[in-house]
Design a binder for this molecule. Structure first.
Ligand code: F6R
Length: 243
């Protein structure tokens, strides 16, 4: 596992965007696995800037997002579909048909999950997976206690996750209690993984990710078993790690 400690969020985002830009240039029809949340917003801003400066072209890129709240339709401003179009897809030349987002309001959620896994397979898997991390060590919405063997899962969100994410909702009661998430197995199947974390609130999760033994009580520890993981953290999130 490679760990890069950046000065701050801006530098973390810049480093991540340089790695991903380079990967897209190397493989224009790359399959990206993408995350939502605060952690990758700066990365997406930098990718948009690179696109505007004609450094990178998304016309052959495919994307698969990690997760979606159960019950939210894509037009809902709190949905992860809305987030992705707002923060990235609307600003670059990715083709709509190459963007894959889970439909949280699908009438048959099991079929939705099966189709999603099938679509990833048809694209020959995810080349680069971008991850954030929850303060409890979740990756995607794979919460503590998760089954490492799942390709995709319908999950009950932990109270800590609901609390963490309530900042983006008007009321904590509005935060969905369930979500659909690519499972740990799908994340581990990605050829390359980049995990981003910033801020003091992530210190413990980052410490455990790097220094604890692999346990499903801290889902991110599984990343120690992947051959190509780069963790990019700012100084605050790196506060507890040993050199
Ligand atoms: C989001 C996701 C989550 C977040 C994590 C950190 O698609 O999969 O695992 O990455 O909850 O969220 P932020 O970045 O908002 O701190």
């Amino acid at each position: 596992m490679k760990v890069i400690v950046a000065d701050d969020y801006q530098e973390m985002s810049k480093i991540a965007s340089e790695i991903i830009t380079e990967e897209i240039i190397k493989k224009p029809n790359i399959v990206l696995g993408l995350a939502t949340g605060t952690s990758p917003i700066g990365l997406y801003d930098n990718l948009i800037e690179n696109y505007n400066n004609e450094i990178v072209d998304f016309s052959s890129v495919s994307t698969f997002n990690l997760d979606e709240y159960l019950g939210l339709n894509p037009e809902n401003e709190n949905s992860y579909s809305y987030f992705m179009w707002d923060k990235l897809f609307s600003h670059i030349n990715v083709k709509k048909e190459n963007v894959h987002l889970l439909k949280g309001d699908a009438s048959d959620i099991q079929k939705e999950m099966n189709d999603y896994v099938k679509a990833i397979k048809e694209c020959h898997g995810i080349d680069v997976q971008v991850l954030g991390i929850g303060s409890n060590g979740h990756i995607g919405f794979n919460e503590p206690g998760t089954d490492f063997e799942k390709l995709i899962d319908l999950v009950d969100l932990k109270e800590s996750t609901i609390n963490d994410n309530s900042r983006l909702f008007d009321n904590i009661e509005d935060v969905p209690k369930k979500a659909v998430s690519l499972g740990i197995k799908s994340i581990m199947n990605a050829k390359k993984i980049i995990l981003l974390a910033s801020g003091e609130k992530k210190q413990d999760a980052i410490y455990k990710t790097i220094h604890s033994e692999v346990t499903n009580e801290v889902p991110s520890t599984i990343l120690n078993l992947h051959h190509d993981v780069t963790i990019i953290v700012d100084k605050k999130a790196a506060g507890k790690i040993k050199c």
